[in-house]
Design a protein around this ligand. Structure first.
Ligand code: SAH
Ligand code: MG
Length: 197
């Protein structure tokens, strides 16, 4: 397992796949363990790095993960088989905004796909949380750009960072969820569902 994780880290580096930082996944794994999380949904699998690590916390954990890029999806499938988790990890090859989940709910939803669409993912998938469930979001600092939009010259990057800033405001002003922000890795949030939606 450790060796496979190293191999995935190397693959990510070589192929420019933006996998989660070590500190952040360690933080999430601790949260999963401390809260007895068993059913997980991940938006943005990439090559399966964070998904496999989350599932590795406990053999009873089941994880569904969604990826729209074919090459990454294929690589993810291969990695899931290599660690023998194909019975617990369900990899869905589709755009997460088009996926139709039916009659399932999760203890934890991890949002880590297109950063400009975080609010859309949140609004779509919050209905698939169990009461007391949480939504965890990665990359809220976006490599230190968030909160420093004036320093950015690229128009596209500026726009993207603006969307992440809007998402942070959306979380802060959300009455249905209580959100805590953590300065770990590239910035994480944990949003706990309060009331019935
Ligand atoms: N969670 C992974 C990294 C994910 S990188 C890890 O830490 O190991 C973000 C991934 O989300 C990319 O592979 C990208 O193809 C995918 N993605 C972006 N928008 C998406 C969407 N709308 N639906 C499904 N996948 C998406
Ligand atoms: Mg990420």
């Amino acid at each position: 397992m450790e060796e496979k994780i190293r191999e995935m880290e190397n693959y990510a580096k070589e192929h420019n796949v933006p996998i989660i930082e070590r500190d952040s996944i360690t933080f999430i794994m601790k949260f999963i363990k401390a809260n007895g999380v068993k059913e997980i949904l991940e938006i943005g699998s990439a090559i399966g790095y964070s998904g496999i690590l989350m599932a590795s916390v406990d053999p009873d954990i089941k994880l569904t993960t969604i990826e729209r890029d074919e090459e990454r999806y294929m690589e993810c499938l291969k990695n899931v088989k290599d660690v023998d988790m194909q019975d617990r990890i369900n990899v869905v090859y589709q755009d997460a905004l088009e996926v139709n989940l039916k009659g399932v709910s999760y203890d934890l939803i991890f949002i880590d796909a297109a950063k400009g669409q975080y609010t859309k993912f949140f609004e779509k998938y919050k209905y698939f949380l169990k009461p007391g469930g949480v939504i965890v979001t990665d990359n809220l600092k976006f490599h230190g750009h968030v909160g420093h939009r004036d320093m950015i010259s690229s128009r596209n990057l500026k726009q993207l960072v603006g969307k992440i800033e809007n998402y942070i405001d959306f979380l802060k002003n959300n009455d249905e969820f209580e959100t805590k922000f953590y300065d770990v890795g590239d910035g994480l949030s944990v949003s706990i569902r309060k009331n019935d939606l």
